[in-house]
Design a protein around this ligand. Structure first.
Ligand code: GLN
Length: 462
């Protein structure tokens, strides 16, 4: 069951926030087999929805009154556990709210619980969670994508109106595409990262999943904006025209899709045609340095992760293993981190180490600049960039057992994080098995509203 946040019935009194909340809680309970949630705060949600109903009755409704929000379990919500789907943080409870949570709460949102994810947001399938995988809502043998798979499934299966996720290299857009919902990775710095557990700080961005662009626009308006608690938060977002009469769209040439499933190629061709039918001009642009997207991302992301995750040392947070020889840190990190997280820490430590730092980390910083410049140059002549979100539809659990084939599934998404630009995945048809396909729009810095407006035009036209 899909539902968007149409609150007119709350205002008219024909239904209530409490009824909606009860429905969401029932769906969460009846689809517990999907593994979408790690923690459900039923009591908290009910009392927040009851407060929303009082406000509707008193004519005091706030902008998101009664909106039910699920939160990825790497974002701090006071009163709820924060595990990042890792044994390392099992039992940890945060002492403060993330800024996005404060803003949503002030706007009247109801938090229903914390969603399952790949451990520390590292993965593309949600199989690396220490608490079991998330399953695709349409086929339990398939993955929902990752790392924000629980949030994607929660929205797709009607367990909430919208869900928060984090996107370091595609973790919102890829699961949104697999699950048939909208996913937005905002411009770096527009949405505060305060209270988000860091994976790769220069790439991480909080964003959201929704069933409609209208919901996305409403929520984005609330979470967008400068936050003094986040040093990388943008003080004044530049104004970029949201509505462009005849948008000039640069598009990845179809020839660059070799390796993609044929149905993705067909959908991408149809996507370009739909854009043209809406009055856009669509031109092939072969962005320079695209062959460097994946290597640059994995060097930078693992390097930053190895540094960020050093704080989990068995002393300050979460798990503390017994160590007979007294080395608590090594014992705790071995016991607390899963295989993928350990792999990333080791790779990152290597590429930062003396003697290799210049060859790997510094080089990756240089290619990052080239990738960014290629985008800047392209956006001097174009309003947005069109490309698929993923090379395939949802794959089977266990299907990608070697890490490199898993990493390649992020081919189309990582460059937006490298460049810091906004990117949106929108549902666009399905394959022969009925599995959703997602198409992607990227735009210049601060063009988040433009991407939503383009996606809205495409949705209305379908
Ligand atoms: N799948 C990518 C990775 O494993 C991206 C993860 C993310 O965006 N958090 O690193």
């Amino acid at each position: 069951m899909k539902y968007s946040n149409d609150r007119s019935s709350f205002i008219a009194g024909t239904s209530s926030a409490s009824e909606r909340c009860a429905e969401a809680l029932e769906t969460i309970a009846s689809r517990a087999d999907l593994g979408a949630f790690l923690h459900v705060d039923a009591d908290g949600a009910r009392s927040s929805a009851a407060e929303s109903d009082e406000r509707f009755a008193a004519g005091l409704a706030r902008p998101l009154e009664g909106m039910i929000v699920a939160v990825k379990d790497n974002i701090s919500v006071v009163g709820q556990p924060l595990t990042c789907a890792s044994r390392m943080l099992d039992g940890f409870r945060p002492l403060y709210n993330a800024t996005v949570i404060e803003r949503l709460a002030d706007a009247g949102a109801t938090f229903v619980g914390k969603t399952n994810m790949d451990e520390f947001a590292m993965g593309s399938s949600n199989e690396t969670s220490a608490f079991g995988p998330v399953r695709h809502a349409l086929d339990a043998n398939r993955v929902p994508g990752g790392s924000s798979g629980g949030s994607a499934v929660a929205v797709a299966a009607g367990m909430c109106h919208v869900a928060l996720g984090s996107d370091t290299g595609g973790s919102i857009r890829q699961p949104a595409a697999f699950c048939g919902v909208y996913g937005l990775k905002p411009t770096y710095g527009r949405v505060s990262r305060y209270g988000l557990v860091a994976f790769a700080s220069s790439l991480d961005q909080i964003g959201l999943f929704s069933n409609s662009i209208e919901d996305m626009q409403e929520v984005f308006r609330v979470i967008d904006g400068h936050d003094p608690l986040d040093a990388t938060s943008v003080r004044h977002a530049e104004t970029v025209a949201a509505d462009v009469a005849a948008p000039r769209i640069a598009a990845l040439p179809v020839a660059r899709l070799d390796g993609c499933a044929p149905e993705i190629v067909d959908a991408y061709v149809a996507f370009r045609e739909r854009l043209t039918a809406l009055g856009a001009s669509v031109e092939d642009v072969d962005l320079p340095h695209s062959e460097q997207w994946i290597p640059t991302y994995f060097i930078l992301a693992t390097a930053e992760a190895s540094s960020n995750l050093a704080r989990f040392d068995g002393v300050r947070y979460g798990l503390r293993a017994d160590a007979e020889d007294g080395d608590i840190t090594t014992a705790s990190r071995s016991a607390g981190f899963g295989t993928e997280v350990q792999r990333r820490i080791m790779l990152g430590t290597f590429s930062l180490s003396k003697g290799y730092g210049d060859a790997y980390y510094t080089k990756a910083q240089q290619t990052r600049r080239l990738i960014r410049q290629a985008y800047d140059r392209m956006f001097e002549s174009y309003d947005a960039f069109a490309l698929p979100t993923t090379p395939t539809t949802a794959f089977r659990l266990g299907e990608k057992s070697d890490p490199v084939s898993m990493w390649l599934s992020d081919y189309f998404t990582v460059s937006a994080n490298i460049a810091g630009i906004p990117a949106l995945s929108l549902p666009f048809g399905a394959d022969a098995a009925g599995l959703p396909i997602g198409m992607q729009l990227q735009g210049p810095m601060f063009s988040d509203e433009r991407l939503m407006s383009l996606a809205k035009g495409l949705a209305t036209a379908s």
